[in-house]
Design a protein around this ligand. Sequence first.
Ligand code: SF4
Length: 407
Amino acid sequence: MAKQTASLYNPGETEIVPRLNRKTTPVPVVSRWERRWVDIRVKFTFLLTALQCYRSPLKAIATIRKLLQFRQAMNGRKEIRRCIKAGGKYYFSVYIPGYPSALFNRYIRTELNYITPHKQPVNRLQVLQLAITNRCPLKCEHCFEWNNLNREEIFSTEQLVQLVKKFSAEGCAQFHLTGGEPMVKLARLTEIISQAGLLHEFYILSSGLNITEENALRLKEAGATGVIISLDHFDPVLHNLFRGSAQAYNHVVAAISNARRAGLVTALSLCATRSFITQANLWSYANLARKLGVCFVQVLEPKAVGHYQDQPVVLTAAETALLEKFYLEINFNHNCRDYPVFLYHGYHQRRLGCLSGGERILYIDSAGHIDACPFCQTKSYEAAAVISGRLLIKDIKIGGCPAYKKP
Ligand code: SF4
């Protein structure tokens, strides 16, 4: 079923927007008791891993304590946050490998190493965010890649495969493949993912464009773990206006449904703008996310880069306070247990500093620059130098996030 509605994107015209099925697609959140059982198992994995790393029970326990305190400070509460079950694994975030897995164990080893260094192999990065193309047919209001879009491509598929293999050899738990719009280069995407084998998790960050049933299956078969789809408003017309495309909302709804059917982990990404942030809007968005049955929702803050350059988009203290209140409520209130898990980086960034900035997470943009993150476009190195061997990954040092310093 679809309805016609006045277009804000093209004034004077109408748009066809799909009506969502009234039936809610259940979010695959695990029950409270299963979550407690998973928590015991995860803590046991922590203990075994720490014992292997330190060979001293006292040192192992002391480091695990600190790691748990760090995680609690990040999440905001001592209680256990909800988690998702998909394909026989448990997912706590789109930035943490599924449990149980060898990838998860190595991820933990790496986190332990940040607290108390040890000599076991660790990842150089937990996540590499890699723009695989600068092509994109959309015109999003907040696009941080705006100045790079639709130019001559910097890298060939072979070069990108080489880049991924080099980061893989140094240890990298996850690759988040972005653009431009990565789904306009499906063959390139599947080639990169399948060439890297099953040693990593791959997420595709997309507007939802071109994630048809068949393409979602192709991504899954290549070895992708999940998709993170941008949805910036629960109102189809306002989302389309934000994205500069009359079909943007339809693509999101279809992408989530097709990705779910293909067995991919699903997430929505919201750029929470100043005009969007009200309690009512956040709950309407959460209700839509629940209806779509997505596993996670990532809330990003607008930054004055790219298409937003020099614009007064940065959130006020009152707006971030409202986001934080909502974040804690939806994740920890037992009555919200059937909602997706919400991730809000601003919460921990303001308390613990940023986890990106080249330490755990690094960004390679669609012009081939190596940046602290998509928003802090430091252009610190060139990815071409990594591909040619002139720059070793171990020598990439960005020096942390320029925006959120560690306390
Ligand atoms: S934000 Fe993404 S989808 Fe939107 S214009 Fe930029 S690259 Fe394209």
